[in-house]
Design a protein around this ligand. Sequence first.
Ligand SMILES: [Zn+2]
Length: 324
Amino acid sequence: MSAAVVPAALHLLLFPQAAPPSGGAEGPLTGDALPVPVALDNAFWFRAGVDYLAVEDPSHAEGTAQAVALARTCFDRRFGVAPLAGAVMATGLAGLFEELPLERQGWVLPWRFNRSEPETPEAHASSLRHELGHTFLLNTLLPNLRKGQYGGDAPDWLDEAAGVAMESTASRDDRRRRFGALVADGRLTPFTRFVVQAHPVFASQRLQTEIARARAAASNQAIVLEFTLSELGVTGSSPDDFYAQTGAVIDFLDTLGDAGLLGRISRDIADSGEAAGWLERLGPDVGLPRPDDWDEAFAAWSTRAPPTATAGRDCDGEPETGEA
Ligand SMILES: [Zn+2]
């Protein structure tokens, strides 16, 4: 049904295990998505707001600049922090990262612009925003200081939430439909279990082996790894279910009346080093003081959740209207 949800390949970024550069992005967020060409070397460089793009085909610049600007705005709104200034770079150009002005080296997202499988420009932009969400979370609130795994210190659901929350409404609605089917099938994972569960893809032994090997070979730079799910031995519906329930958790949190909840959860995890202590520390503020309350409220919400977006909180949806 929702083939668009099924990732044909896994696009993984490995970052050095050091703390990212500190400091904020320069200047206000302008929302200016018009790419400005910049002569830094022979690649096609563009300046897009505070960020940079390096592309092999200049026709990719405008859509990419718009995706970066939108992801920035959405991330700031959801997590309450502006990402550092950074760069989206075609994978073949990622080695040019150090050509960037130092204050623009907050993050780099190597990106494959020419995909083997056909997809619409909208779906491509949504995927790029998803990856930017991961990158922004890693480079702002939850850098990779403790876990030493591919991503940052965020629990897997939160890492994915940063990505899924940046996606298009079309993609979010695919996940909502899948979630509806999952609930109907009785496959809902209790809330308190889901928020400490390993991503089914990252749980792959093959993937962990490949990550360790890539890290050993290049410990000081960002690396791009790509696999198909079958290469990782991941089959069945478990990855799609994980993304679907992640999207549902975002929607559920949106009903609790605290628009900055994902940011507060992230800060609690960063400060405490605990994956799930926020359930009891933040729960009283949203009327869910005990972990059991989260399980019960989420299960009850799941049975009546609408299959498609209604709240207007999607990244490319209507502006917030102050819903409950
Ligand atoms: Zn992701």
